[in-house]
Design a protein around this ligand. Structure first.
Ligand code: NAP
Length: 439
């Protein structure tokens, strides 16, 4: 039997396990997860009101239930066992640990209360046990920095009415904290132009369909200046003018044109709503300002006056970085790899290897490629695999959450959901472990 351990049970880890089980009939694949609960970014990154996307967890759960796969939840590499020990027990180890740390802006005031990164903010509203509640205090104006889908998620969750959040898995405590703020204005600020935004169409379009909020374009002139963008033959030239990125990194021109069209539609929206979501473009963050807590965010604008937006909450949604897994350390936010291989017998998958880009299905496609490589290089060294890992953890008195125990946590979360939400997550490790006990 060949033995593979995957560290991390997010979409990258689960899809890879699935592919390996299909490709290598004589392989046992184990997933080691530091939390008692699986699915990583699907559970803690995808927005609570996007249950359609979160539904992929049912598919990933079927992977965890497969023969020749064992789930070792609540086992942290670096705490419960060393990476080197794991590598001695398995023929191959794959780091699928994601990119859980916020990129920093590196500007003054970033540590002021009221300034948070999207990893901790999104983690908080998704009930991640590591993410403390941000210090929200009478937030009337919020600033969201970045023009990606995470910025859209954050703005939408802040803007939705209780009726729109019904059926989500937002916890009652989080919902209460958000409602207590009475937010009237949410600014979404991009450092480049509208044609450079990384939003995808469906996500941006959702902001135009909210019951209690309407999108506003701070400078609609910026959109009419981009007339040529909607004409396919002129798009490439226009792209070259507005986009400083090297070729290949620019968004598909059709997508950029569609985004600009959506924004133009927003500019026509004259509804009177309690909340406004104001888009600003071409404004680079300069400083978070305030005496004891955030009072405003200052932005530089090319050739113009600085933009100063009063705010009591600022969420920077500018991307994420991988963190060390025991002795394996990332460089510049990712584990350096060559086609997923870090070194002999050690591989990386998902955001930990390629950086924080792509949607959940991107991991499925990537998993096929990585599994083929691992399958081709996998050698049976007669290692101890699952049984040896289980023995080691038992000897160390590690409280392992296996798949059946995870299912008990899952059932308990569904059972306590009530009528307003689809799931009420446990937010502490202790509560998860308590629910994991067989009764
Ligand atoms: P992203 O798409 O890479 O967007 C990051 C944004 O931050 C960009 O607008 C970027 O601007 C900006 N930024 C970076 N550094 C900055 C700085 N120093 N100052 C100001 N702005 C800065 O990342 P994301 O929104 O975190 O999303 C991560 C991935 O998850 C993406 O692939 C996204 O599509 C995916 N996702 C998908 C969904 C969904 O499908 N519903 C939801 C959430 C996330 P530049 O372009 O100028 O660098």
């Amino acid at each position: 039997m060949k033995h593979v351990a995957i560290v991390g049970s997010g979409p990258a880890g689960c899809y890879l396990a699935d592919q390996l089980l299909r490709l290598v009939p004589d392989a046992q694949v184990d997933i080691v997860e530091r939390l008692p609960v699986p699915f990583g970014l699907v559970r803690y990154g995808v927005a609570p009101d996007h249950q359609g996307t979160k539904a992929v967890s049912r598919l990933l759960d079927r992977v965890l239930a497969r023969d020749r796969l064992r789930f070792f939840g609540h086992v942290e590499v670096g705490r419960d066992m060393r990476l080197e020990e794991l590598r001695e027990l398995y023929d191959a180890v794959v780091l699928a640990t994601g990119a859980p740390r916020d990129r920093r802006l590196g500007i003054p005031g970033e540590t002021l209360p009221g300034v948070v990164g999207s990893a901790s903010f999104v983690g908080w509203y998704n009930g991640h046990p590591d993410c403390a509640a941000p210090p929200l205090l009478d937030v009337r104006e919020a600033v969201v920095i970045g023009n990606g889908n995470v910025a859209i998620d954050v703005a939408r969750v802040l803007a939705k009415t209780p009726a729109e959040l019904a059926g989500s898995d937002l916890s009652p405590q989080v919902h209460e904290r958000l409602l207590a703020q009475r937010i009237g204005t949410i600014h979404i600020v991009g450092r480049r132009g509208p044609a450079d935004a990384k939003f995808t169409r469906a996500e941006l379009a959702e902001l135009g369909k909210l019951a209690g909020a309407r999108p506003v374009i701070a400078e609609p002139q910026a959109l009419s200046d981009l007339k040529a963008l909607a004409e396919p033959q002129a798009t490439a030239d226009r792209q070259a003018l507005v986009d400083p990125r090297p070729p290949g990194e620019a968004p598909a021109s059709g997508e950029a044109a569609a985004i600009v069209e959506l924004l133009r539609g927003f500019a026509q929206d004259a509804r009177d709503t309690p909340v406004r979501i104001v888009f600003h473009f071409g404004a680079a963050p300069l400083a978070f300002e305030g005496r004891d807590r955030l009072e405003s965010v200052r932005f530089a604008r090319a050739g113009g006056e600085p933009l100063v937006l009063p705010a009591q909450l600022a969420v920077s949604c500018i991307g994420y970085q991988a963190v060390a897994c025991c002795t394996a350390a990332p460089a510049a936010g990712v584990f350096v790899n060559e086609g997923a291989r870090i070194e002999d017998g050690l591989y990386v998958a998902g955001w930990a290897g390629r950086g924080p880009s792509g949607t959940i299905p991107t991991n499925r496609t990537e998993a096929q490629r990585i599994a083929q490589r691992i399958a081709a290089e996998l050698v049976d060294h007669g290692r101890g695999g699952s049984d040896a890992l289980a023995r080691t953890l038992a000897a160390r008195r590690v409280r392992v959450v296996d798949h059946a125990a995870w299912r008990r946590i899952d059932a308990a979360e569904l059972a306590r959901a009530g009528t307003d939400r689809c799931r009420h997550k446990f937010e502490s490790i202790e509560a998860m472990l308590e629910a994991a006990v067989a009764r």
